[in-house]
Design a protein around this ligand. Structure first.
Ligand SMILES: Cc1cc2nc3c(=O)[nH]c(=O)nc-3n(C[C@H](O)[C@H](O)[C@H](O)COP(=O)(O)OP(=O)(O)OC[C@H]3O[C@@H](n4cnc5c(N)ncnc54)[C@H](O)[C@@H]3O)c2cc1C
Length: 389
């Protein structure tokens, strides 16, 4: 049995070193706990590295209101989180407000205008309606076929690899233990049935007081090993990186089959596919071509942008598109924060704040019943799992 530290404070094994696990460990440390991150590969290299960093759900009006409440709570914590990370790490996350535009065309597959405007009004998200000319003035690469657009000027973005580098450095500077190449395969209990250890592949056990399951797309598998049903599955997303002059695209642009996320240095991230293919790695020519074809159709002004590289990641999908947050009935000391699907970066500070307090014994003031681990879920067509390939 390994005792990982002699430090005082509640010993919490955080299983999974993605943005959810790492940030929650940092927040736990602030509350006086003694977390250890156990990561089967390298910290911050999976979905949290691969994602686009848009700080607004894709089409939030398709979710229950409780989801927007969680998103709003999390986004309101970004300024404080960012300041803390930059101070602790000495690194910049490139968190910035750039706006998000949904352009409209005559042959759109999905028509969002009414629902989007109603949702924005109800939840106080500032939105502007632009006509065709104004849309092209705001985004000069836009096709002149655009009939108009909706623009949320305050929507932000963060550059994932920078965010993760800052989180990792902040953990190191706070002397929080991170063990990489440490795959958790089981959870042990004491005589009272409380969680008291985790078992690593190789047989080592680490003595703890609580466990947070934050293993991203792998959470479903690991949960089954622990005797828990958690319908979290990978949903693969491919991304293409373009490079053009800085400022060529001003805001995030989201359309039916593609979104563009402009970084300050002229890189433009083009995403992302939604593929239910299990853990099948690698990018494919057909998906990359589809993303580029949609980009050139919506924003023909990007035809000369250089294609830099492609990558993919596994989103921790859930059938209703919403995360699982909270303690697990029947397993005292076991907590879950996973299934953040397409929104794990936007939801990261909120999740870390809620989960760290909960693990330390503070009952959340917000109603989180829609995110319960034992909720009954059905696959919601528009935000849940895509059809299997
Ligand atoms: C292409 C793409 C685009 C995206 N765009 C956005 C966006 O614009 N905005 C947004 O908010 N979100 C976006 N997301 C989603 C977001 O990235 C995820 O929801 C978020 O990163 C999930 O974080 P996580 O920590 O739960 O998972 P991960 O980052 O996947 O981390 C989980 C970690 O757990 C480790 N692990 C797994 N099993 C074990 C085990 N048994 N023992 C130890 N460690 C284990 C894994 O190795 C991994 O490092 C996107 C995702 C993708 C793929």
């Amino acid at each position: 049995m390994t005792k990982y530290s002699q430090d005082s404070g509640k010993r919490v094994a955080v299983v999974g070193g993605g943005v959810i696990g790492c940030l929650t460990a940092l927040y736990l440390h602030r509350l006086g706990a003694n977390p250890i991150i156990l990561e089967k590969g390298n910290t911050g290299r999976e979905s949290s590295w691969a994602g686009a960093g848009i700080l607004c759900p894709i089409h939030p009006w398709l979710y229950p209101d409780s989801f927007t409440h969680l998103v709003d709570a999390s986004l309101s914590m970004f300024p404080e989180m960012n300041a803390m990370l930059e101070e602790l790490s000495g690194l910049k996350t490139q968190w910035q407000s750039c706006g998000l535009m949904i352009p409209m065309f005559a042959d759109d597959r999905i028509h969002h205008r009414e629902d989007a405007l109603n949702w924005s009004k109800r939840f106080g998200w500032k939105v502007e309606e632009l006509d065709s000319k104004q849309s092209c003035e705001h985004e000069p690469t836009m096709s002149p076929q655009v009939s108009g657009s909706l623009l949320w000027p305050e929507v932000g973005q963060v550059r994932n690899p920078r965010l993760l580098a800052a989180v990792k450095q902040a953990l190191a500077n706070s002397n929080i233990t991170i063990r990489e190449q440490a795959e958790v395969i089981g959870v042990g209990k004491n005589g009272e049935g409380e969680v008291s250890s985790v078992t690593l592949a190789g047989g080592e056990t680490v003595e703890v007081d609580a466990v947070l399951l934050a293993a991203g797309s792998w959470s479903g598998e690991l949960a089954r090993q622990i005797g828990l049903e958690l319908p979290v599955e990978p949903v693969k997303g491919q991304i293409v990186l373009l490079k053009d002059k800085p400022g060529k695209v001003n805001s995030i642009i989201k359309h039916d089959d593609v979104y563009l996320v402009p970084r300050v240095d002229g890189h433009i991230l083009v995403g992302a596919s939604m593929e239910r293919v299990g853990f099948k790695p690698g990018t494919t020519e057909s998906v990359v071509n589809n993303l580029l074809e949609a980009t050139y159709r919506i924003t023909p002004g990007l035809k000369d942008a250089e294609i830099i590289e492609q990558w993919m990641g596994f989103r921790p999908g859930s059938p209703d598109g919403m995360p699982y947050l909270g303690p697990v009935d029947g397993h005292p000391g076991l907590f879950v924060a996973t299934g953040h699907y397409r929104n794990g970066v936007a939801l990261a500070p909120g999740t870390a704040d809620i989960m760290s307090r909960w693990i330390m014994g503070e009952i959340p003031s917000m109603d989180l019943s829609d995110f319960r681990v034992d909720r009954t879920v059905v696959n919601l067509e528009k935000v849940g799992f895509p059809a299997a390939a």
